[in-house]
Design a protein around this ligand. Structure first.
Ligand code: NDP
Ligand code: GUE
Length: 297
């Protein structure tokens, strides 16, 4: 079998078009422009690239983009003041604090200082709790993007065996919650899991969110399974060059799977599109407007 490719790049372009339509309607009907603020502490080059591309896409869909770049040695009080001001700024509907933060800052404390209604990452404890109890929340962008692609590919996920590899607060845990919400039978695997290959072989849906380049080989994949590769790993490509690969060994997995997301061009672009979608959702909720269908779950 050769897997069909789930084209996250194309899917994300479609979602951004939908978002742009809603943004235009908010301006025309209500004079509203959704605004997204991104806070970056320090000078990590990978984060800078990511923040730049988010800013560009935010503007492309017609929204306002606010960037706050703070020095790596910024203290907690200064960062909390920036967040406080963004919480109180009516032009800002979404706030994202780029993670990881430098070690001297307490990321739980910082994230929980964001107004939950503006927490477009869905990392604030109240959004985590709302998601876990099946209530309306801001849903974390990466898992939301994965779910939108899974739904588009399968329609109904009810009763499917899903294995999520990774239990981070930003990907693994919320992904598992969403799949549970779809009535999948969900297993969360991690570094202490015994017989990971055996666990993964049961899965109709595999979501790999580990951060280890090409760790999941094709012979762990059940024939016909759907593989969602969240991993973003930069590896040596020889001649002084590097390239991006996922947590899945794409070639061997694609020979067995029914469908698979590539890296790059899979989950990554969907994450950014979902961030824009969450900002529109937050803007509608903040203004008491009905929120557009299809932007969240
Ligand atoms: N495409 C996108 O938009 C995004 C991509 N990413 C990428 O996704 C990957 C995961 O990110 P994130 O969740 O933040 O990473 P974390 O490092 O926070 O979590 C990694 C998880 O993988 C588990 N793990 C580590 N080694 C193994 C192993 N050998 N076997 C099984 N499980 C293992 C860890 O287990 P334990 O808890 O036991 O330590 C942990 O739960 C990274 O490559 C990251 O760059 C992240 C966010 C967005
Ligand atoms: N508060 C917070 N929220 C996040 O959502 C968040 C974060 N912090 N910190 C870092 C991770 C990582 N992340 C990515 C998003 C898009 C791509 C992406 O678009 N990747 C492209 C490739 C980009 C390239 O070529 O470098 C792709 O996969 O095709 C990658 C990684 C969001 N994260």
């Amino acid at each position: 079998m050769t897997a069909s490719i789930i084209d996250g790049k194309a899917f994300a372009a479609g979602l951004r078009d939908t978002v742009a339509g809603h943004v235009a309607a908010l301006a025309a009907d209500h004079g509203l422009v959704p605004g997204l603020a991104v806070v970056l502490v320090g000078e990590d080059p990978a984060s800078q690239v990511y923040v730049r591309s988010k800013g560009k896409m935010t503007v492309e869909v017609g929204m306002r983009s606010f960037e706050h770049r703070l020095a790596a040695d910024t203290d907690e009080a200064t960062l909390l003041k920036v967040i406080h001001d963004l919480n109180n700024d009516p032009e800002v509907h979404g706030i994202l604090v780029q993670l990881p933060l430098p070690d001297h800052l307490d990321s739980d404390l910082v994230i929980n200082a964001i107004d939950p209604a503006k927490d477009v990452d869905g990392f604030h404890i109240s959004n985590v709790g709302l998601l876990a109890t099946g209530q309306k929340a801001m849903v974390p962008c990466t898992p939301l993007g994965c779910l939108l692609m899974l739904r588009a590919h399968h329609g109904n996920l009810s009763g499917m065996e899903a294995v999520v590899i990774g239990r981070s607060n930003i990907v693994g845990k919320p992904m598992a919650q969403l799949l549970l919400g779809e009535s999948c039978t969900v297993t969360i695997a991690h570094s202490r899991t015994r017989d990971l290959p055996g666990v993964v072989r049961r899965a109709d849906i595999v979501v790999a969110a580990v951060g280890r380049a090409q760790m999941v080989p094709g012979d762990w994949i059940k024939p016909g399974a759907t593989v969602i590769d969240v991993g973003i790993n930069r590896i040596d490509a020889g001649e002084g060059k590097t390239r991006l690969v996922g947590d899945v060994d794409f070639d061997s997995a694609a020979a067995v799977a029914g469908a698979i997301t590539p890296v790059p061009g899979g989950v990554g672009p969907m994450t950014i599109a979902c961030l824009l979608a969450n900002t529109v959702t937050a803007c509608c909720r903040a203004n008491g407007l009905p929120e557009p269908e299809g932007l969240t779950v």
